[in-house]
Each structure stands twice: as structure tokens, then as C-alpha cells.
Design a protein around this ligand. Structure first.
Ligand SMILES: [Zn+2]
Length: 308
């Protein structure tokens, strides 16, 4: 089984309903599925949709951190500690999806998020906030001045910037502003599926030219506009498209597993234990075994060793 590094999983939302503070929800409900599917490293996202204040953001981040600590799994804090050989259990990388609770003193808040263990962050979810404009915000609005300060702070700390939920203007502003490559943790190719958050060819090329990564998103509506074409094989077609126009080195995994996927019967990539269906799809798309390892985990390990 080829191990996989999943750059985006909505694990705060998965932890929250059963979280008591003693015992780990990840260990009980998620790590067995991840092991079954070969997910050796997984992001654990704290998710903020635009309605949370700073105290609520802190509460969520502390919950994720505590659950990982109680799981006994490794919390990934630096690129140096990443080995090609996975651990026995899935290792976790804390990430932040949206920063709507940050208003004043953005540098201090970013420092706090970093100290808690977060190593990847997006400035906005689909909302528009004091820092940036997400996919559903005003198309003419991008990064704010406070958002630019956040980018500089994240660059200084070696905290990776995620552009997956950015609107186009914010995407280009971030590419200009960041001194290091960025990641779209869970976005596909707009040419194959027209959903707002997928990336245009121009965005894919620019992101890859800068050395960035794009994590393939398994969520149904990001794979195809046609409900009959939403499966691991159809997602592998996005990987093929992106590899052909920007290189295999830009392709990664960001399946967005969580608690909200529908039980679409034709879709065979709804949950972590189904991850190897995507690997099989990559084979059918004609990727060789070395390329598949690059997409599955080596591109992410290389990126994090260089920039985290
Ligand atoms: Zn998302």
C-alpha cells in the first residue's frame, strides 16, 4: 500500500460532537480508517466559517491539539522530523481554515496559532474578513493591509499559506506578497469542474511555477459538474490535467474528509479507508509508480522540509 499525506481534513468538525477532553476522538473514530486507507500523515484543520471570534478560534485550536495529544499520534512540528518511512500510526499536522476572528494585533494572533502547533493556514474560508476575501466574497476585493502583515508574519515563522478558499484577487495578491511558495490544500482544476473554488489553468501554472502544491479534493461537487462522474477515477483525471500543464511535482492530496460527505453510491472516495481507490485511479491515468509516490506523499514531504 502506498502511504498518503492528506493536506486537508476537517477534523475539528469531526472531533467536536464527541469531544469530552478525556480520550481521543481521532484515535477512536478516525485513525483506524486512516490506517486502513494508508493515510500516514494527515492535516487536522480547525475550521472557521466567518462567524467565530478570537476566543472561539482559540477554543477550537486547543480542542484539536488536546485530541491529538491524547491520541498518542505524532504531532508534526518541523520539516526536519519528517521521514520517508511513516510511523505505525497516522501523524498529524495542525492547520487553520479561515481567520475571521483576527481583528487587532494580527502578528500576535499568528504567533499564538503557531505556538499551538498550526503550520498551515488560510486567511479566509469562503467569507470575507479583516484579512482577506474568500471565494464567496466581493470579487474586486483581495488581501487587506492587515492581511499583508499576516502573510509577512507567516513567512517569518515558516508557517505555510493555504490559498484554497481565496477568491481570485486574494489568490494573486498572496502570490505577489509571499516570499515562499504556497499551497492550495484542497482545490481541483476548473477546466474539468467549474465550481468557484477550483483553479484556472493560469492559477495552476503560476502556483506551480512558484514551487507550490495543489491537493486533490475528493468532495463530490469539486470533481465534476455531472453527478454521474464523481469518483476516485474522476479525481485522478484532475491530477492528470494538473500534472500535464504544471508538472507532477505540483500535485498532492487534500481529500477534505470530514463529517459532511453525502452517501453518494457511485463515489468511492468519501472516507479515509477508501484512499487507495485514488491511487488505483492514478495508475489508470498512466502515472508510473514513482510519480504516484510523488503525488501521494513525496511532494508534500519535500515541500514541508524546504519551507516549514
Ligand atoms: Zn475547505
Amino acid at each position: 500500500m502506498i502511504p498518503v499525506f492528506d493536506l486537508h481534513a476537517d477534523l475539528a468538525e469531526a472531533i467536536r460532537p464527541s469531544f469530552t477532553g478525556s480520550g481521543s476522538v481521532l484515535k477512536k473514530d478516525w485513525m483506524p480508517l486512516m490506517k486502513q486507507g494508508g493515510i500516514a500523515w494527515s492535516a487536522a484543520a480547525s475550521f472557521f466559517d466567518g462567524s467565530q471570534n478570537w476566543e472561539e478560534m482559540q477554543e477550537c485550536v486547543r480542542m484539536v491539539r488536546r485530541d491529538i495529544e491524547q491520541s498518542g499520534a505524532r504531532l508534526i512540528l518541523s520539516g526536519d522530523e519528517l521521514k520517508d518511512e511513516p510511523d505505525e500510526e497516522t501523524a498529524f499536522l495542525m492547520t487553520v481554515e479561515g481567520m475571521c476572528g483576527i481583528h487587532e494585533n494580527p502578528e500576535e494572533k499568528i504567533e499564538w496559532l503557531y505556538e499551538q502547533g498550526n503550520r498551515i493556514g488560510s486567511l479566509a474560508w469562503n467569507d470575507q474578513n479583516d484579512l482577506a476575501t474568500g471565494a464567496m466574497g466581493d470579487p474586486a476585493r483581495g488581501l487587506t493591509e492587515a492581511g499583508k502583515r499576516v502573510i509577512r508574519k507567516m513567512n517569518d515563522l515558516h508557517m505555510i499559506i493555504d490559498v484554497s478558499h481565496a477568491n481570485e484577487k486574494t489568490f494573486w495578491d498572496i502570490l505577489d506578497e509571499s516570499t515562499v511558495p504556497v499551497i492550495a490544500t484542497h482545490s481541483n482544476a476548473k477546466k474539468l469542474c467549474g465550481v468557484e473554488r477550483n483553479l484556472t489553468n493560469q492559477q495552476i501554472r503560476a502556483l506551480a511555477q512558484k514551487g507550490g502544491l495543489i491537493g486533490m479534493n475528493a468532495c463530490e461537487m469539486f470533481i465534476s459538474d455531472d453527478p454521474a462522474k464523481r469518483s476516485a477515477a474522476n479525481l485522478a483525471a484532475h491530477a492528470r490535467w494538473i500534472a500535464d500543464i504544471a508538472g507532477v511535482q505540483a500535485v498532492a492530496c487534500g481529500f477534505d474528509f470530514g463529517v459532511y460527505y453525502g452517501a453518494d453510491e457511485s463515489h468511492n472516495l468519501l472516507s479515509p479507508e477508501q484512499t487507495q481507490n485514488f491511487i488505483e485511479g492514478l495508475r489508470k491515468e498512466g502515472f508510473n509508480e514513482e510519480e504516484i509516490k510523488d503525488i501521494a506523499y513525496r511532494n508534500v514531504l519535500r515541500f514541508l522540509r524546504n519551507y516549514m
